[in-house]
Design a binder for this molecule. Structure first.
Ligand code: ZN
Ligand code: ZN
Length: 170
């Protein structure tokens, strides 16, 4: 996703960017971003530093961690990074900047902000996605999706407190 700094004349500036979500390269197993990713941010300028804050929104399908079915979500991430224009390597001490700063040679435009947008989306992906709080998951015995169908194993107890007793009976 490219930001055309030269097109901005008045600061703070309000910018809206759109791009195919697939071009953000969100390579996470069980996650498929779809459609258009939309970034809205305010850009404040202080000499050679541009502070970008706002949000990114995109649609995605996440694989439910219980039933393994994909389900649709809207991911909304927070944009918060700065772009630093450097005339030469001596002018900017990289170690004094936050990791998220995008350092570009002075006058660079457009600036590629894809990495920052991708990171904002990645932070919004839950570790254990659930299609719904009450998802009943897959039957551990026959693999039936219990949201859709009752299987014949449902009388089997999965209460771990009975495991010891069951072992004794075997
Ligand atoms: Zn589920
Ligand atoms: Zn079953």
């Amino acid at each position: 996703m490219m930001l055309d700094l030269r097109a901005l004349t008045d600061f703070p500036a309000r910018v809206t960017l759109e791009d195919d979500a697939s071009r953000l390269d969100v390579n996470v197993p069980g996650v498929a971003v779809t459609g258009i990713a939309r970034v809205e941010m305010d850009i404040a300028r202080s000499e050679n530093v541009y502070y970008c804050t706002g949000s990114v929104v995109c649609a995605a399908h996440l694989e439910c961690s219980r039933c393994l079915e994909p389900y649709p979500v809207t991911l909304q991430g927070e944009i918060d990074f700065s772009i630093v224009e450097a005339a030469g390597s001596a002018e900017v001490r990289r170690d004094e900047l936050p990791d998220t700063a995008v350092v570009v040679p002075f006058g660079t435009s457009p600036v590629d902000i894809t990495d920052r947008v991708r990171e904002a989306i990645l932070l919004e992906i839950p570790l254990k996605p659930l299609c719904r709080e009450t998802c009943r998951g897959l039957c551990p015995y026959c693999g039936t999706n219990r949201n859709e169908q009752q299987c014949n194993c449902t009388m089997e107890t999965t209460d771990p407190r009975w495991d010891g007793l069951r072992d004794l009976l075997k």
